[in-house]
Unconditional design. Structure first.
Length: 445
């Protein structure tokens, strides 16, 4: 059987199924969308995989209230290796719908790309799995397990808790986490490192209440000015993160990220400099990076001639592999307290801490995937880092220390995941499905 031809023939079904999936508004937040949408999507996923031989495919309720689709398909030789296929069916909210060039929950083709919320992240990976399995038919020489979770975008940890409580359900030799993507369209990649993160909210208070800036300005401490000084101390003039105790000099050894490509992908305006004294890859994947996510202070419109008594900021610290997440968090908190001027009161509340992840690249699964992607794309598989965090990877690594974990997927920079106008290149679905089919056939040989 020629898998390339078979997958090409089946691509017509992909468009139709992805249209159905994108139309389901599966945002796992009942404050924004009806929970019935997530349940309908989970049932759709369960039914499709049941039809492909996952006889026990079912919905498992996880501790955060979401449902994960779980199932398995046994090979003719039960002693064959086991591969776990992962994706998620929940999506980000569409944000500002007026910023979309097409309806967010209607799959629409524009200039060869398919637009819609979840088209790439991560419903595109669900149909990619289905396409690969249909192309293989009964010729799958490995045992398969499946998990498609329903709350990944909310970060509430439902599947992580489920894995810890039910370790045997998803145990496998190789785990394919299909929620990342390639360096660019047509350039296959495996993500081998993920930055961890620490989110904190720092609050500064200097006065009991607002006071008139004309009557008290000068000697009266300004909480907003104090906060600005503390935040400025977290970076140097070049934009390097400068938190005492965190190494900001490491270099990335994998696939480079060309600076001009990054400027285009990130929408950096003409004349605006990129931050840091390392390469783009160094700054993204090998070094810590602190971002101010939001500030609570009076808005310009409606502000009065008063000294601000209280101000707060929400900070996100991204932590590269090789750095302990708790130690990085503690270093951030210590620096915020140490740099607070004028004796102002400082409170730091921790929202979340997540550890970085680094994959092993010397196992048989990684080698088989490299060979499969080479054949499917006609170009070698590269290794990428990712600035985002996937806490599940650390739970999987801790629960299944002998398993290989490979991160891959149909996303790439033009996909604009989490933003308005998310899209997927259908060629990425086709080539990744061929890669997966070749991998499953080669890995079990």
């Amino acid at each position: 059987m020629d898998l390339r031809v078979r997958i090409s023939e089946l691509m017509a079904t992909v468009r139709a199924e992805l249209s159905e999936l994108v139309a389901m508004q599966s945002v796992a937040d009942p404050r924004q969308f009806p929970p019935e949408e997530c349940m309908r999507t989970a049932e759709w996923v369960r039914d499709r995989f049941t039809a492909l031989g996952f006889a026990d495919a079912r919905l498992e309720l996880t501790p955060d209230g979401s449902h994960a689709v779980v199932g398995r398909r046994i090979a003719a030789d039960p002693a064959a290796p086991t591969v776990l296929l992962y994706a998620h069916y929940d999506v980000q909210p569409p944000l500002d719908e007026s910023a979309w060039r097409t309806p967010p929950f209607e799959l629409t083709e524009v200039d060869g790309r398919w637009y819609g919320r979840g088209a790439a992240d991560c419903k595109g990976n669900i149909v990619m799995h289905l396409l690969a399995l249909r192309a293989l038919g009964d010729d799958i020489p490995v045992n398969l397990k499946l998990v498609v979770e329903g709350s990944e975008e909310q970060g509430t940890g439902g599947l992580e808790s489920f894995v810890e409580a039910n370790p045997d359900v998803l145990r496998a030799d190789t785990i394919l986490v299909c929620d990342t993507g390639n360096a660019a369209v047509g350039r296959p990649a495996a993500t081998v490192s993920l930055r961890g993160m620490a989110n904190v909210v720092v609050t500064v208070q200097a006065l009991a209440s607002e006071v008139h800036s004309g009557m008290f300005g000068g000697p009266a401490p300004d909480a907003l000015a104090a906060l600005v000084e503390m935040l400025a101390d977290l970076r140097d003039r070049k934009g390097n993160t400068t938190i005492a105790g965190l190494d900001a000099t490491r270099s990335w050894q994998g696939e480079p990220y060309p600076s001009e490509q990054f400027r285009t992908d990130a929408g950096v305006l003409d004349g605006v400099e990129l931050l840091g004294d390392g390469t783009v890859s160094d700054m993204l994947w090998a070094r810590p990076a602190v971002t101010v996510l939001g500030i609570d202070c009076p808005p310009v419109t409606g502000s009065s001639a008063a000294i601000v008594p209280r101000a707060a900021a929400r900070l996100n610290l991204r932590i590269p592999p090789g750095t302990d997440a708790n130690e990085a968090h503690d270093a951030l908190v210590a620096q915020l307290r140490a740099t607070a001027p004028w004796g102002v009161n400082v409170d730091v509340r921790t929202e979340a801490i997540g550890s970085p992840f680094e994959a092993s690249v010397d196992g048989p699964g990684f080698g088989a995937m490299g060979a499969a992607m080479q054949e499917a794309y006609g170009t070698p598989m590269t290794m990428l880092g990712q600035g985002g965090s996937i806490p599940l990877c650390n739970v999987l690594a801790d629960t299944y220390p002998e398993a290989e974990i490979i991160l891959m997927g149909v996303e790439e920079p033009l996909a604009l995941i989490h933003a308005p106008n998310e899209s997927v290149d259908p060629g990425e679905i086709e080539h990744l499905a061929l890669s997966l089919a070749l991998f499953l056939r080669g890995y079990g040989a």
